[in-house]
Design a protein around this ligand. Structure first.
Ligand SMILES: *Cc1c(COP(=O)(O)O)cnc(C)c1O
Length: 304
């Protein structure tokens, strides 16, 4: 079970046991919450830093705006809360989870109840296992289609939209796979349950464009910029599942998953069935950047 000493709730650091909400919290019933996943890393030169804190908090407020939710705090307050929570829990590295949601008041679906905000943090290692990071994971194309742009808000990180991710993840796990890859309503590859997806073919890196129903991932964006630094050609274009089967390399990106290689998709071995050279270069560049070893991207780090 996740345990933390202190959680930031509605402006105050409170003990873990006291970070409670009422059972009639609107978000518990209807899933109207917006959240973030952020990581903090120990730095090569000593100390710790949060990776791309400002961008994550900006996206939290963008998600809230999309959901017509007014947060009772300014972005700077939530940024400070993230750092305060890390410090209050003595975390040199860890995962940070801000969440804003409609609290109690009315039970009408569209009721704009008062908004509550929390920030929690805890240690979290490799999301898809250390072994998966080292050797690559086995993924399955899901029978569950990714969100439809006509009915869901693909630019927002919304709690309720994780029904879709949950169904895909459970289906994949029950069938013996490590992760699901979801197709869009037209059958093109969209993303993982909580990760963006990349393929490599003949040295070119490819990921679905932001006009697809995919989150504008902050790790996705970092990988695109690191690829440019490394001189790796990139295209943001849709591709089909069989294009993914024939890829030389396949990997997933996300704050939780970081850069996770995929060694097999729907029982087809990808490339040589192990993390490929481009994946390794990107992954090394990513871990250098988050660990403060890339002078080009110091602006991505908030030391604490
Ligand atoms: C959070 C998330 C990602 C990854 O985004 P990052 O900003 O890299 O953490 C990708 N897809 C979905 C659906 C997500 O919720």
């Amino acid at each position: 079970m996740i345990k933390a000493d202190r959680i930031w709730l509605d402006g105050k650091l409170v003990a873990f046991e006291d970070a409670k909400v009422h059972v009639l919290t609107h978000a518990l019933h209807y899933g109207i919450g917006v959240f973030e996943g952020i990581r903090a890393y120990e730095q090569a030169g000593g100390g710790s830093a949060v990776f791309r804190l400002r961008e994550h908090i900006q996206r939290l407020f963008d998600s809230a705006r999309i959901m017509l939710m007014d947060l009772p705090f300014a972005p700077g307050d939530v940024e400070r809360a993230c750092v305060d929570v890390l410090k209050a829990n003595g975390l040199k590295a860890g995962y940070i989870r801000p969440l804003a949601f409609f609290g109690t008041g009315s039970m009408g679906v569209g009721a704009p109840n008062p908004v509550q905000v929390l920030v929690a943090a805890w240690p979290w290692g490799a999301y898809l296992s250390e072994e998966g990071m080292a050797k690559g994971i086995r993924a399955k194309v899901s029978s569950i289609a990714r969100l439809h742009i006509g009915g869901q808000m693909v630019r927002a990180k919304v709690s309720g939209q994780y029904v879709n991710s949950f169904l895909a993840t459970r289906e994949a796990a029950l069938a013996g796979y490590d992760e699901a890859i979801l197709l869009d309503a037209d059958g093109y590859v969209a993303e993982g349950s909580g990760e963006n997806v990349f393929i490599v073919k003949n040295g070119v890196l490819q990921t679905p464009p932001l006009s697809s129903p995919v989150l504008d991932g902050i790790t996705r964006n970092a990988v695109l910029r690191l690829a440019a630094d490394l001189g790796i050609p990139v295209k943001e274009e849709k591709f089909t599942r069989d294009t993914a089967y024939l890829a030389d390399e396949l990997f997933l990106t996300g704050t939780a998953a970081e850069v996770t290689p995929v060694r097999e998709l729907d029982n087809r071995r990808i490339g040589k069935g192990e993390p490929g050279p481009v994946t390794k270069r990107i992954s090394e560049a990513f871990f250098k950047a988050v660990g403060g070893e890339d002078p080009k991207h110091r602006e991505w780090l908030t030391p604490y």
